[in-house]
Write a protein that binds this ligand. Structure first.
Ligand code: 4NP
Length: 149
């Protein structure tokens, strides 16, 4: 079983979408997908309604997810840890205990050649168009991830 963790800041906008999208593209007997946030603000909350709505528009139900905070134990539980942006990436790396932990962490958009070193934009303070854009970026990159794992 491959285990993949999607990480953003609040675990209510981007990483819940990334979790739902990748889960929809893989066999759940072979791949486990979860998500977490680097901040504690929204622990226990369901995803932002704008993420729930854009997911539903594309046929995915993410509304039962609950936000949690990334912990150092996640390095033991997961094989791949995908950060949505540089700030999430640097935070996760700051908790890595050794090279083995650090090697699990990647910027998610680095899975696509034309997005090298870019971040998934934080849509929290914008409107629904930002969520649509985030959905499309994550859908493209999760297709690539699903083919390689
Ligand atoms: P996320 O978006 O990291 O994609 O879940 C955010 C959610 C909440 C906040 C910032 C970004 N916040 O400042 O509360």
């Amino acid at each position: 079983m491959q285990k993949v963790l999607m990480v953003c800041l609040g675990n209510i906008c981007r990483s819940p979408l990334a979790e739902g999208i990748l889960q929809s593209k893989v066999n759940s007997d072979e791949v486990f997908v979860d998500s977490a946030g680097t901040a504690a603000y929204h622990i226990g909350k369901h995803p932002d309604v704008r993420s729930i709505d854009v997911a539903a528009k594309y046929g995915l139900n993410i509304k039962n997810q609950r936000a949690r905070k990334f912990t150092v134990k996640d390095f033991d539980q997961f094989d791949r840890i995908y950060a949505m942006d540089d700030s999430n990436y640097n935070y996760i790396l700051s908790l890595a205990r050794d090279d083995k932990d650090a090697q699990k962490v990647q910027l998610i958009l680095n899975e696509r050649d034309s997005y090298q070193n870019q971040s998934v934009p934080d849509p929290y303070y914008g409107g629904s168009l930002g969520f649509e854009k985030v959905y499309k970026m994550l859908d493209e990159v999760c297709t690539l991830i699903s083919k390689k794992i």
